[in-house]
Structures are given as structure tokens and as C-alpha cells.
Design a protein around this ligand. Sequence first.
Ligand code: HEM
Length: 181
Amino acid sequence: MTTDYGPLELLIGRWEGDAGLDVAPEPAGEVHNPYRETIEFCAIGDVTNAGHQTLAAVQYRQRVSRLSDGKVFHDESGYWMWDAERQRIMQSLVIPRGVCLLAGGHVENTEDGVRLQVAAGNGEWGIVQSPFMHEHARTCRFEHWIEVGGDRLSYAETTIIEVYGRRFVHTDRNELSRDRH
Ligand code: HEM
């Protein structure tokens, strides 16, 4: 049987966008980084858990570079998973700072596609980080939505970090187009 990717089907492919805006912490305040990025979503099939949960999975890789100097300053990979029976989605992600998480949520239909919405750090869905990050730059909460329809994808994510002796709201958002090449 072929895999039913449900709402994740709309993500599959390669996306590009150069209208990103990152707001990140600095010791004395915050820095705003306009960015461009590519995100590639690959269909990788399905798995069965405990004999009665089937998850369809899409693996992704996101590479983000600063517009000012072209430097890649964020590299992230993970999976989006769809549980058709329970109508639930999950996103796992890992970033090479020693931080990973598993966020859970739901899907809504939009005019021309879907809105995927997940969160972690709320008691139910977890964040795992190195002892260093736990002590000095702790990720406490993560919220993320993606809207996708046709050849357009937009997202916003909010990561709450305890760093430099305060609670910082680290945000990222962008609009991407499907790369047809
Ligand atoms: C487009 C996505 C993202 C971009 C462009 C981005 C960019 C940045 C930047 C510029 C910094 C400041 C430190 C530095 O100069 O490297 C930073 C810090 C950090 N980010 Fe992100 N970030 C993104 C997403 C995320 C996500 C999804 C998480 C975790 C769920 C995360 C967690 C952190 C943490 C823990 C820090 C450390 C705080 C510090 O020491 O400054 N970021 N990020």
C-alpha cells in the first residue's frame, strides 16, 4: 500500500525564500537578522508503533543564511509525522547547538491548503538539551506554525530562551516558494 501523507503531502519538495527575519538574543539586547533559506522535505514512508499507530513521515533539512554576509547561521533537520487515525501531527527537530525537541499539534484546512501547528515545552511534548545549554541558554518553549498551499509556504516560530539572566523571545519567520527546477 502506498503511504498516505495526509496534510504533509503539500510540503514535499524543495522551497526557497529570502524574506526571512530572525530576532535573536545578544548580551546587551537583541539582533535582527534578515535571512534567506532553503527547506527540502523528502517523503520517507511510514512506520508502525506498538502494532497500532501508523505514522507517515517526511524528513526535512533547513539551511538559513544571513542576507548581510551570506553566512549559514542556522542549520536544522528533523521529521514531520502524520497520525491519520488520531488526526495529529508531530515535528521533531535537532539543531547543532545541543538542542532537540519533539513538538505535537494539529492541522486545520485553509482556503488553498493547510495550517500545521505544533508546540513543545508544555509538559506534554519535550525539549532535550545539553547540560551547558540547560544551564546557560535554556530553551523552555517552542511554538511553530506552517501554512502551505500550492507553491507558497509561510511559517513563524517562537522559541522562548532563558539566557543572559533573562527570558528572551527568539522569533523567526519567512515566506517561501516551491523550487520547480
Ligand atoms: C530560522 C530559524 C533560526 C534562526 C535563523 C536562528 C538564529 C539564531 C541566532 C542568530 C542566534 C544568536 C546566537 C548566534 O549568533 O548564533 C540564535 C541563538 C539561539 N537559538 Fe536560534 N535560530 C533559529 C531557530 C531556532 C530554534 C528552532 C531553536 C530551538 C528550538 C533555537 C534555539 C536557539 C538557542 C537555544 C540559542 C542560544 C541563545 C544564545 O546563546 O544566544 N533557534 N539563534
